[in-house]
Design a protein around this ligand. Sequence first.
Ligand SMILES: Cc1cc2nc3c(=O)[nH]c(=O)nc-3n(C[C@H](O)[C@H](O)[C@H](O)COP(=O)(O)OP(=O)(O)OC[C@H]3O[C@@H](n4cnc5c(N)ncnc54)[C@H](O)[C@@H]3O)c2cc1C
Length: 431
Amino acid sequence: MTQRSAETWYEATAPGREAQAAPRGVIAADVCVIGGGLAGLTTAMEVQRRGRIAVLLEAKRIAWGASGRNGGFVGNGFALGVEEIIERVGLRNAQALYRLSAHGTEYVRREVARLDQTIRMGDGIMVAQRTDDPLGARRRLDMMLRDFSEGLELLSTEQTRMLLQSERYFQSLKNPHSFLIHPIRYARAFADDAQHSGVMIHENSPALEVRKAKGGFVVRTAHAEIHAPHVVHCVSSLDRRINRTIGRAVLPIATYVAVTEPLEQDAIRTRCGVGDMRRAGDYYRLISDKRLLWGGRITTRVSEPARLAEMLKRDMLSVFPQLGDPRIDYAWSGLMGYALHKMPLIGRAVDGQWFATAFGGHGLNTTAMAGILMARAIADRDDEYRRFAPFAPKWAGGPFGRIGVQASYWHMQLRDALDERADRKKRAMRE
Ligand SMILES: Cc1cc2nc3c(=O)[nH]c(=O)nc-3n(C[C@H](O)[C@H](O)[C@H](O)COP(=O)(O)OP(=O)(O)OC[C@H]3O[C@@H](n4cnc5c(N)ncnc54)[C@H](O)[C@@H]3O)c2cc1C
């Protein structure tokens, strides 16, 4: 699977980290974790914290995938919205899942504070409406408090536009408990700490094959065999062959980020993370040096578009034309893994191999949650991971699945645009 390795702003502003040597010979462990993104790292760390020996294999470098390229927004919940989760599993199960996702957020908050003060870059995430719907915003605020004990703050259109000078926005909901991080600083500091705790990390070491053996599994790399009773797959959509059942259930979805030159601007007056409530929305935040980090768009086309920077700049200027013509200093893509139901795949296959993957665009808290669930299951025989049983891996439809996802994204964009047009008409008639 391709993922361009254009330098990200994160890479340019993180301390370097020496690559850990590939394994050689035969190595025995309790758990072999495949994939060195945040899902794999957290699983390996939590296994080790429970007194088991963990080996982690990363095909390239730690956090080379989505874990080192994301927006850095950390907050409760999943890629699938709470309303849809309730529809699928009922309110009580949805509440239990939401609580687990909140444990993930708390875990990251704690680890970030413990590891390095420079990882945390800001507090609060606000989500703005692009249609004028004060009652809708109030209903959501009430529902999140009543059903999920989530205390959001409602900002009127006037308050929202004080912070975000754009006529595109109306009311917004702010979650003051969410926060913002520098993802590569986090992943690298976490990997260093895991290694000091005893996790054997090997980079540039793709797992090539997993086969069943007496007492567990053998994971083969170019020059080594890892023998372990437990194997955990955390490769997201970046290797769909190492475990075909899981690979077939995870769709690669690309998404993009751009970072501007330092800006003298007055359009964005908050250091919160900002998103919008459209089905296919943008997100952004001010980062150090007065730069603006802007993310958005999803596509099933995994090769990077030639005019990525221009494309994201157009999106930016459609909300804040007053930014003029900012230079884009960095633009990159990242691949996420999505199951068709948009919930993570967490569990154990019939042959005994574990999987923790498909976190979609909401992976910073949920990878932490999954790592804890995996380690508890393996080391303590805890079965809370079974809460994800209703979201079992299913074939995502191969190329047809990708076409379906792309079509549904375009459909969402169209519905967003129609909603905004209808709202404009309604307001014009009122005036
Ligand atoms: C642009 C972008 C913005 C995002 N913004 C946010 C955000 O603001 N907030 C949020 O919560 N989430 C966000 N996400 C989602 C989040 O980043 C992901 O859900 C999360 O990082 C997934 O972690 P992971 O460990 O499952 O996968 P990855 O980080 O992709 O890691 C998988 C790893 O497996 C390795 N691998 C693959 N094959 C093998 C093999 N055979 N052997 C060994 N290793 C292998 C890969 O090299 C890779 O390092 C964003 C994602 C992207 C791409």
